[in-house]
Design a protein around this ligand. Structure first.
Ligand code: HEM
Length: 523
């Protein structure tokens, strides 16, 4: 039987009343009604998903804080804070805030990992296990692999030369991404992805990028990617079909690498000779139960490491390359330091000499401040009874975050915040402490980055090796030189020419810088 016109009209009016009710409630009666923010953000998370799709989340949030102040409503049930205090309160260890549905929505693997585990209990169990892969012994074991992939990276960058010893312009985002994935695949599952050296393996790159884009959308609009009413409609996947499909393909590919390594381990003698992270992690046994991780849990954990340790390193490398190529004084000081500390390239490694490269380290910290890898707000959800952040009550189930990019450009913490100024990290101890309190590229607290030491070593070793072998400069070709730069044409918040532009895909994606490299004459 056809529904009558009256039935349809009633249904339409009913729906309109419901929508009006929800809108009025969210704007005037909601627990966050008193928090300022854009009207659309108060009504729906589709507002922040729109900005995730435009990849300008961090730029928009930084501007919203400038407009509305330190607390901004960025979704119906979400507020953002912007201070060192809020960073400590939200991500500090003793709060009632957890990774919740936003992290569930990002998950593709059937089982949770250390990254998206909601409960403290599961997280601390997993963190203990994963830390086996980052122990001092594991770090020492990783050094030869780091050096091998850094050598491949340098060979490509300094590669065939064209004019007066200078290479042609290299798009460093792409090469740094290949370096990062080759290295992390080798460190985690002993796999040679050879993206730096074998063009045929680069076909995976679009799937890798799509996975990050999917994560960026899902964290902003969890209800479109989670089970329930919307999942039946597959709204997230309907709106972004290519990203959703390619993103899943990346997971299938990583799972197949992990499965292959697990099969190898089972067929090897009990003591596997190759010390990749999966060996250290699979070997772990719970002291109480004697149990290790199941294959499914191992797959979830190793997938997390493969994803977490690739895009972030790419941004770490490219932003450092960008700022050193744009700030000649800093570049010269870093070159001088590296070439005076390391007499030979063989002496570069995870050693005491590396830790004396204080200027290079300051450059890295400063690049990670101005253009940090995490561009999305890392939401935390209030548990039963709610939480209090900077004096504001957050009811159970509602979410809060301090956006790292906005914090790094909060002028009260980092004056002249868009200036690349490594000297900030070389002042007296008191000032450095204040700078550091509002610096969080690796987040803080018990869910901070487990790979932080490894990541900093990778970036420092790679950059020290590049600077040891030769020089780099901005591409001569003006059409390429500007790629990655800010410009008035890119719109508000992206106008600063010397700021390396980030594009939010959960973590940052980047384009450029295009640089030319030249080996130096070794004295
Ligand atoms: C420059 C490089 C890196 C940056 C900037 C970075 C940044 C971060 C940040 C901000 C978080 C917190 C995420 C959240 O709260 O949702 C995080 C977590 C994590 N990172 Fe990194 N990361 C880097 C490199 C790495 C590497 C090389 C690995 C491993 C190979 C790694 C593994 C992880 C894992 C497993 C977590 C989850 C930790 C937990 O929840 O206990 N990261 N990272």
């Amino acid at each position: 039987m056809q529904p009558s016109l009256i039935t349809l009209s009633c249904a339409f009016v009913g729906l309109a009343v419901l929508v009006c009710y929800i809108c009025l409630y969210r704007v005037y009666f909601h627990a966050f009604a008193h928090i300022p923010g854009p009207l659309l953000a108060k009504l729906t998370n589709a507002y922040s998903a729109y900005h995730a799709a435009k990849r300008d989340t961090h730029v928009v949030i930084q501007r919203l804080h400038e407009k509305y102040g330190p607390v901004v409503r960025y979704g119906p049930d979400r507020i953002l804070f912007n201070s060192a205090d809020s960073l400590a309160e939200i991500y500090g260890n003793r709060n009632n805030l957890f990774k919740g549905r936003a992290y569930d929505a990002m998950r593709v693997q059937p089982l949770p990992s250390v990254f998206n585990a909601a409960s403290n209990e599961l997280h601390s169990k997993r963190r203990k296990i994963i830390s086996q892969g980052f122990s001092e012994q594991a770090m020492r074991a990783s050094e030869p692999k780091i050096l091998k992939h850094v050598a491949n990276y340098c060979n490509v960058l300094f590669g065939p030369v064209e004019d007066q010893g200078w290479s042609k312009a290299r798009e460093t985002t792409q090469w740094s991404a290949f370096f990062a994935i080759d290295l992390i695949a080798d460190l985690t599952v002993g796999r040679s992805t050879a993206m730096l050296t074998s063009p045929e393996n680069r076909v995976y790159n679009p799937a890798r990028k799509a996975n990050f884009a999917r994560m960026g959308l899902a964290i902003q609009w969890p209800e479109a990617f989670l089970s329930g009413f919307f999942k039946n409609l597959k709204l997230g996947e309907l709106l972004f079909p290519k990203i959703a499909e390619l993103g899943k393909q990346w997971h299938y590919l990583l799972s197949s690498w992990i499965a292959a390594r697990l099969d190898e381990l089972k067929s090897e003698e009990k003591t596997a000779t190759e010390e990749d992270m999966i060996v250290a992690i699979a070997r772990y046994r719970d002291p109480d139960t004697g149990q290790g991780l199941s294959d499914g849990d191992l797959t979830a954990e190793m997938t997390t490491l493969l994803i977490a340790g690739s895009g972030t390193i790419t941004t770490g490398m490219t932003s450092l390359l960008w700022y050193l190529s744009r700030w000649p004084d800093s570049y010269q000081k870093a070159v001088q330091e590296v070439r005076s500390i390391f007499k030979t390239p063989q002496s570069i490694g995870m050693n005491s000499k590396l830790s004396t490269c204080s200027y290079l380290k300051a450059c890295m910290q400063e690049a990670m401040r101005v253009s940090p890898a995490p561009t999305t707000p890392l939401y935390r959800e209030a548990g039963p009874g709610g939480a209090v952040v900077c004096g504001i009550h957050v009811p159970e189930g509602y979410e809060v975050a301090t956006t790292i990019y906005a914090l790094h450009h909060n002028e009260s913490h980092h004056p002249d915040s868009f200036k690349f100024d490594p000297e900030r990290w070389l002042q007296n101890k008191e000032d450095i402490r204040a700078t550091k309190a509002a610096w969080a590229p690796f987040s803080v607290g018990d869910r901070n980055c487990v790979g932080m030491t490894l990541a900093m070593n990778e970036v420092l070793i790679a950059m020290a090796t590049i600077l040891w072998y030769g020089d780099f400069k901005i591409a001569d070709d003006l059409a390429l030189a500007g790629i990655g730069a800010g410009s008035q044409l890119l719109g508000p918040g992206r106008q600063r020419v010397k700021e390396f532009q980030l594009y939010d895909t959960f973590g940052a994606s980047t384009e450029g810088p295009y640089l030319q490299f030249k080996r130096r004459e070794i004295p």
